[in-house]
Design a protein around this ligand. Structure first.
Ligand SMILES: *Cc1c(COP(=O)(O)O)cnc(C)c1O
Length: 503
């Protein structure tokens, strides 16, 4: 394990404080940009923003070391574990307030769509497929995908922070499915928050459309754009690039580079570790179906904090930018025209927006080095670690990777159904396929389940010849009245809609 110098120094500080009996968040937690040219910031300052002003991503100045606290944490409820972990990263919200935000977020009621009946109090139940191979269920929240794990917290943090500051925000986003619905269900009814969510007209599944468009909350505005996802994304960029408009209408985002989302995701690596082991001497492996590197970035941080993770197995679909990096040392983002549309669409990426966070650690937290590498990436190029000392450092971080194809997904879905009577979704199937390859004797392999099968039923029908089941409560949501504005892919029309909604 390679620790950056600052981590070691900070660990020493930490112990000194602990020994004096001070509260362990006595040291101010500052956030740094991976590009090193933005002022250090506190958690609440970066909560509502996106990129750092220098174009980098925020990370804590160092990772708190927690090995000594594992025993104490093993028996905590999800909400209380979330509080313990998040309070190491959030020191500008009073502890009592943060605890009640965690308790309000991680309830059995919100994460109620769990598969094994009778485990309703488990926010993230662990299902054992066979000895040594487990699924950590992260998709029991309102939109049936793992993004609810972090987004629900974000909704409550936003409402809290905005109320404190007497501010409001208009969240503008583009979605091809999972992110937009998770954001809407997290922000619905929240004071001070309005959501304008663009989606490509007619391109999402009937179930996904129903999830989003059936929301009747006044603060949720669905906009279906005649075009593709990229057209919707371009409109969001154009609006955000209009600095005057952005400031006037307080336009914000909740995309996957948001630090609070990454922080919230750290918690379930701990929960999964405790569920898959019975002593803190054991190590586990996690396999993570990956797109923008947000989910697995949280696993990397959990490991840097001292959680005994032997391996982080990164699974991609045919869009194998990240698998290629971990196999070859070459990071080569693709052009949009080189990106495949697959049956695990939430992993269809051309570049991985959170990957820069990992590279910052890999280069020993040297922002000049990150700037140098991303100078090429931001110009549409690539970088190659071969022939540099960085390639030798890579194995210490515990990553391995693999990729999966449509045929692999179908086969995995069939095999899991035949052998275990479980329907897994296409993304989780990518994870299981890659995980099988990296199993080691004595190291439990925990595959993160990122969505429920019903969200991607077309492929389930193709694999199994039958429709996936769904929570009884969601039967027939396709027939509910829908609220959506359909418009051309035109920036001015979207701006006009925001203006009229805000007056
Ligand atoms: C978002 C998403 C992913 C990819 O997660 P990243 O954090 O972008 O790596 C995988 N599976 C599903 C179902 C998702 O919604």
């Amino acid at each position: 394990m390679i620790w950056s110098k600052s981590t070691l120094e900070w660990t020493a500080d930490w112990r000194a404080h602990d020994n004096r009996g001070s509260p362990y968040f006595a040291l101010a937690m500052n956030y740094l940009s991976t590009r090193g040219q933005a002022p250090a910031a506190r958690f609440c300052d970066i909560l509502l923003g996106g990129l750092a002003p220098d174009g980098g991503l925020y990370l804590p100045q160092s990772y708190p070391q927690i090995a000594a606290r594992l025993s104490e944490w093993r028996s905590l409820s999800y909400a209380d574990l979330a509080f313990e972990i998040l309070s190491l990263f959030i020191d500008d919200i009073p502890a009592e307030d943060l605890r009640s935000i965690c308790r309000k977020t991680y309830t059995a009621e919100t994460y109620r769509y769990n598969r094994p009946a009778g485990q309703a109090s488990d926010i993230t139940p662990l299902t054992t497929l066979e000895p040594g191979l487990h699924l950590l269920e992260l998709s029991n929240g309102p939109t049936l995908a793992f993004k609810d794990m972090a987004m629900q917290l974000l909704g409550n943090l936003f409402e809290y922070a905005l109320a404190k500051r007497g501010e409001t925000i208009n969240i503008l986003g583009a979605t091809s499915g999972d992110t937009g619905s998770a954001a809407e269900y997290a922000m619905r009814g929240k004071r001070g928050v309005r959501v304008f969510m663009l989606s490509p007209d007619g391109k999402m599944s009937a179930f996904q459309r129903a999830q989003m468009y059936s929301l009747q909350d006044d603060n949720i505005v669905n906009i279906a754009v005649r075009g593709m996802f990229d057209d919707a994304q371009d409109i969001v960029k154009a609006v955000s690039n209009d600095a005057a408009f952005k400031a006037r209408y307080k336009i914000g985002a909740v995309n996957s580079i948001n630090w609070a989302r990454v922080a919230a995701q750290i918690v379930y690596y701990f929960k999964g570790y405790f569920a898959a082991t019975d002593s803190n001497e054991q190590h586990v492996a996690f396999c993570v179906p990956s797109g923008n590197f947000g989910n697995i970035c949280a696993g990397h941080i959990a490991r840097m904090m001292g959680l005994p993770i032997a391996r982080l197995v990164l699974a991609t679909n045919e869009n194998n930018v990240l698998d290629e990096f971990f196999r070859t040392g070459v990071y080569r983002p693709r052009a949009a025209s080189e990106t495949y549309v697959t049956s695990s669409p939430s992993m269809d990426i051309s570049k991985a927006s959170n990957f820069e966070r990992f590279v910052f650690d890999l280069v020993g937290r040297d922002p000049a080095k990150v700037r140098e590498l991303w100078q090429q990436v931001d110009r549409g190029g690539s970088f190659d670690l071969n022939g540099t000392p960085l390639l030798e450092r890579l194995p210490a971080y515990g990553f391995t990777s693999g990729c999966s194809s449509h045929a692999d997904r179908l086969q995995t879905i069939r095999e899991i159904w035949r052998r275990h009577g479980l329907m897994v979704d296409t993304h989780t199937a990518d994870g299981i396929k890659v995980a099988q390859h990296y199993r080691e004797v004595g190291v439990p392999m925990v595959v993160l389940e990122t969505a429920q099968a019903v969200k991607f039923s077309e492929t389930i029908v193709e694999a199994l010849g039958r429709e996936p089941g769904r929570p009884a409560e969601l039967a027939g949501i396709e027939a509910l009245p829908q609220r959506v504005v359909v418009m051309d892919a035109d920036v001015d029309q979207v701006k006009a809609l925001i203006e009229t909604s805000c007056t």
